[in-house]
Ligand binder design. Sequence first.
Ligand SMILES: Nc1ncnc2c1ncn2[C@@H]1O[C@H](COP(=O)(O)OP(=O)(O)OP(=O)(O)O)[C@@H](O)[C@H]1O
Ligand SMILES: [Mg+2]
Length: 237
Amino acid sequence: MQKREELYRGKAKTVYTTDDSNKLILHFRNDTSAFDGEKIEQLERKGEVNNKFNHFIMTKLEDAGIATQVESLVSDTESLVKKLDMIPVECVVRNVAAGSLVRRLGVEEGKELTPPLFEFFLKNDALHDPMVNDYHIISFGWATADQIEKMKALTFEVNSVLKRLFDDAGMILVDYKLEFGLDDAGNIVLGDEFTPDGCRLWDKATRKKMDKDRFRQGLGSVVETYIEVAERLGLKL
Ligand SMILES: Nc1ncnc2c1ncn2[C@@H]1O[C@H](COP(=O)(O)OP(=O)(O)OP(=O)(O)O)[C@@H](O)[C@H]1O
Ligand SMILES: [Mg+2]
């Protein structure tokens, strides 16, 4: 598959067109950002680790019957994916209280959330990704009511697959964000990435943070810890 031109350069990935108009190449860079791009650093090997991690997780989800963008790994840092018309919202599920939820509602970090929470955030850096609800999404035409229901159902399906996967490997899936898009037939398909950059993972026994909070909070050993997560899942890097 030949890479053609650069379509979009985000904070962590660059998207390229290919000679197949229905497929794109995602290039995972070493750039790591937090606080709406205020803190940016290059972390050696992060692009490679996230590319392989994402491919591994999306393949697991695909095997569980969830439609994803996954096609193939094309290099250490690049994946071939289905081209999607992305819906501009992030779908977040929270199994345990952490991050912005703790700040927003004053709840204690680590509180188990039963049932898990679901939140939508608008993808808009300039507005700091504000939280929105179904009514905003429908009224502004970002997605239909049917598409919203489908995204919620798929996000919870992902939760049952991944909570189990991480639990079996001694980790707690605290929260995560997903992005969906429409394929050429109009089906809702999981896109973007699932990596330790976009979720929270804690060690079950020690509650050690094993995700991008290590970078946000300056805890060090960021990529080393991502590699530890991958290895616990049985992914050789
Ligand atoms: N399968 C796909 N088809 C089309 N676009 C995709 C696909 N997967 C991810 N994208 C888009 O590619 C971009 C990936 O870049 P990155 O994640 O670095 O962006 P970002 O800095 O988070 O910015 P953005 O706010 O645009 O997501 C995102 O805009 C994402 O929505
Ligand atoms: Mg992104």
